[in-house]
Ligand binder design. Structure first.
Ligand code: ATP
Length: 366
């Protein structure tokens, strides 16, 4: 088994488009790394370079000790599963699955045994005699996965393979990919713009924006300690609320003060933040709880969005807009003014130069 090492990869397209900037990542044997970011952040460019379909400007890709730069796609031992299924319409599911094995000259009996094994793994053994036009989108994507497995690649790359499927099928295939991941023990990269997919599938998640890595971390770490304000607002649905303010001292102690929000810092927070006159405070929507009176933050409800088992409430005050997430049934409606409180321990802080997380004893710490 072999790990995948990507070092200092950069790619610029004509028109001075920096699709990938100094991208480095090590993926261990049997590790699944999810790459998530907004449209145009460079996800597909990265996969295309790894697969050998696009040439990098600088950087090195190694599979174990073997340098892959310059090696044609078919000789890389890398399988790619794309968003749209690339099945051959005139071949049955079994023949689509076995196509690569046939090209490699495998004997019919061996081919049939391997096809059946892959089909069982993906729950498509009942479809082997059908043609691509006779199966559903989810089933076609399973066949594409099966074909990739049968190549016995040393690396799997997934380029948004679930995005054209309906929600239920997406969930089912997610589980299949997790099972494959546990079974195959090869490095896997899963690219998606869907953060919930990235957070559920990835052992680690890379957040990418405008070609640059914003953070590489476990899903929990990303959520609790986002490295910067981009990750903070990108991860989470809705993302973290961010308030720009300053530190002010009164007889009671050091306050975070902004036109929307004013609260007293703990002694530890005040000590760690004392060199920062200007600062950004971040709080997750689910850490704001509604109170009858008092509260540190208030706003007028602009929208209420019910999701399964939880509700997002969007609010606006004179200074800013923010959001709240609750699992209790909301007894609120648009235009109502609500007050909120939170525990200062659930606040994270970022500097204003670059928006980087300031390390303080924080959310999720024991
Ligand atoms: P999406 O999620 O929308 O598919 P992505 O994260 O996969 O986006 P890429 O397709 O990697 O993004 O594109 C990264 C940037 O490079 C974008 O700004 C895109 O417009 C640009 N780009 C990609 N391919 C080319 C090309 N062949 N020529 C010029 N620019 C390109």
């Amino acid at each position: 088994m072999t790990s995948l090492s990507i070092q200092n990869l950069s790619k610029t397209f004509p028109g001075n488009v920096h699709a990938l900037k100094d991208f480095s990542l090590e993926i261990g044997e049997g590790e699944l790394v999810a790459i998530v970011g907004p449209s145009g952040c460079g996800k597909s460019t990265l996969l295309r370079i790894l697969a050998g379909l696009e040439e990098e400007n600088t950087g090195t890709v190694r599979l174990g000790s073997r340098v892959l730069n310059g090696i044609p796609p078919k000789d890389r031992d890398i399988a790619v599963v794309f968003q749209s299924y690339t099945l051959m319409p005139h071949l049955s599911v079994a023949d689509n699955l076995g196509f690569g094995l046939k090209l490699r000259g495998e004997k019919k009996s061996m081919r049939e045994a391997k096809i059946l094994e892959a089909a069982k793994l993906l729950n498509i053994e009942g479809l082997l005699q059908r043609y691509p036009s006779e199966i559903s989108g989810g089933e076609r994507q399973r066949v594409a996965l099966g074909r990739a497995i049968l190549r016995e690649p040393k690396v799997f790359l997934f380029d948004e393979p679930l995005s054209s499927l309906d929600a239920q099928m997406r969930l089912q295939l997610r589980v299949e990919i997790q099972r494959l991941h546990q079974r195959l023990k090869v490095p896997m990269i899963f690219v998606t713009h869907d953060q919930s997919e990235a957070l559920t599938l990835g052992d680690r998640v890379v957040v990418l924006n405008q070609g640059s890595i914003q953070q590489i971390a476990t899903p929990e770490e990303l959520y609790l300690r986002p490295a910067n304000t981009f990750t903070a607002s990108f991860i989470g649905s809705p993302g973290m609320n961010l308030f720009h303010g300053s530190l002010q001292t009164s007889a009671a102690g050091t306050h975070f003060a902004s036109s929307a929000l004013n609260f007293l810092l703990s002694a530890e927070q005040a000590e760690k933040l004392r060199d920062h006159a200007e600062i950004i405070a971040g709080i997750r929507p689910e850490h704001l709880h509604s109170v009858e009176s008092g509260g540190k933050l208030s706003g007028k409800v602009t929208a209420v969005e019910k999701q399964a088992g939880q509700t997002g409430i969007y609010l606006q005050n004179d200074a800013t807009s923010f959001s709240v997430k609750t699992i209790t049934e909301p007894v609120t409606k648009v235009d109502e003014t609500l007050k909120f409180d939170f525990s200062p321990r659930e606040i994270v802080f970022f500097n204003t130069k670059g928006g980087f997380l300031l390390p303080i004893h924080n959310v999720g710490d024991k």
